[in-house]
Structures are given as C-alpha cells and as structure tokens.
Design a protein. Structure first.
Length: 255
C-alpha cells in the first residue's frame, strides 16, 4: 500500500486505539498563525511534508495581490479601488507559478502586503478561496491528502475558526528582524538592520491593530516561541502537540 501521503503517526503512539488510527487518517485542518519572520512558514511546510498534507501559504495570496497592484497596475498600496481590482484578479487567476514568484519577497511588496491585507473588501474577496482550500485540499504528489495546513495571520481566528489544531508561532521582534535582515542580505540586497527592525515593528503594530482580522492568537491556540529554538526542535514540539490533540479527541469520543 502506498502510504506516501498518509499522516506520520506511528501505530505505537497510542497502542490499541482503532479510534485513534481512524481519526489520525481523517482529513484534518491545521491553522498556523504568527507575525512576520516568526518561522511559521518553515514550520508549516515541514509539518506538511511530515504528514503528507496539502499546504497553503495564505500570506502569499496577499503578496500576489500587492505585487499585481504595484507591478501591473502601477498603483499605490493605499489605493483602495486598485487593491480590490488586484484581489479580484488574483482570486480569478491564482496558480502555483504566481505563488512561487521570488519577487513576492522583496521589501516594497512586503510593506504593501500589510496595507493591502488591512483592506476589508480585499480580505472578503480572498477569504472564500482560502476556506475552499481547507475544505477540499488538493492532491499531493497525485494522491489524496490527509488534510490541509494553512499559515497566515488570521487562520485560526477568521479563516478556519473550527480548525482541528491551531498553532500561534512567534519570536521576539529583534530576532525576527535579524532573520529578515539575514534573508535579505543573503539575496544581495543592501539593508540596514535598524531599518528592518523599524519596519518590522511598524508592520506588527499595523497587523495587530487593524480593525479587520487583526493578528492575534486564537483563544484555543498553542503558543510556540521560536526565539531560542532550532527548526528541528520546533517541528518536534508541533508534532507532539498535534499527536496530543488527536489523543484527546479519541478520549472524548470513547464510549
């Protein structure tokens, strides 16, 4: 039997629990939220690879919108009408090539993304696309998947409030700024750490104080601080949380 895309839960984790095995193979939704450069994207991709789940970086959808707004429409990020037009274009033409465009990661697109994402109409346009992905995740490597992992800033609170597991990944502002600085420097961009730190703080404030879907952990989210942990340790902790959650669900459903 090909188990390439089956969730990586060892049968010995909860011995003798047929309910656990059945539940662990069901289609699950895992919501991962957090601020920029917290490591949530890396964690989401690693969990998806480990469990054989479909993965959607919802932030990339907003970056695509900001990119189209700046590059194709030649508009400013504060132009509400243009932002709505860009969101409608992305909704209707979204594909893997758009999501993997390296230009989505440049600084002006990143700054514009935060502003575009605060637009209530833009979020409304893109919301259903994200929910449909979670409801019916695409195949992975040509095989049905065990579930979907979505990462962003309001997945557990707005997009998928009924997600099976919710993680909120964070780190100190200084460490996140250093990560972003290193990332940009590695790409050959000339950046100043203090500027990156300032931009990071401004974006955090804008994301957390916006009136529509502000950045905040869901009430039932597990908080993971990656400030002083390696990606490997963070992944291990997240997998333990997911396993523990499934075990609790088995216990609740036991006769």
């Amino acid at each position: 039997m090909n188990t390439q895309n089956r969730p990586y839960f060892r049968s010995t984790d909860y011995i003798g629990s047929t309910r656990y095995r059945k539940l662990s193979m069901a289609s699950l939704v895992i919501a991962i939220d957090g601020p920029a450069a917290s490591g949530k994207g890396t964690l989401a991709r690693k969990i998806a690879e480990r469990l054989g789940f479909a993965y959607l970086d919802t932030g990339a959808i907003y970056r695509c919108t900001a990119h189209y707004l700046l590059r194709e429409l030649g508009a400013d990020a504060d132009d509400t009408a243009a932002a709505i037009k860009a969101a409608e274009y992305v909704r209707d033409h979204l594909n893997a090539e758009m999501l993997s465009n390296p230009d989505l990661r440049v600084e002006d697109v990143a700054r514009a993304t935060s502003k575009v994402a605060a637009n209530e109409k833009v979020r409304e346009i893109l919301l259903n696309a994200q929910r449909e992905y979670a409801k019916a995740p695409p195949e992975v490597n040509g095989l049905p998947t065990g579930g979907a992992i979505l990462d962003g800033r309001d997945i557990g609170t707005v997009v998928c409030p009924a997600a099976d597991v919710k993680l909120y990944v964070t780190a100190s502002t200084e460490i996140r700024a250093q990560r972003r600085f290193d990332e940009l420097a590695l790409k050959g961009e000339k950046v100043i750490y203090d500027d990156v730190l300032s931009d990071m703080a401004e974006r955090d404030q804008r994301d957390s104080e916006r009136s529509v879907a502000p950045l905040k952990p869901a009430a039932d989210a597990f908080i993971i601080d990656t400030s002083n942990e390696s990606p490997k340790d963070v992944l291990s902790r997240a997998i333990d949380i997911i396993r523990g959650h499934l075990a609790e669900q088995v216990a609740k459903n036991a006769p």
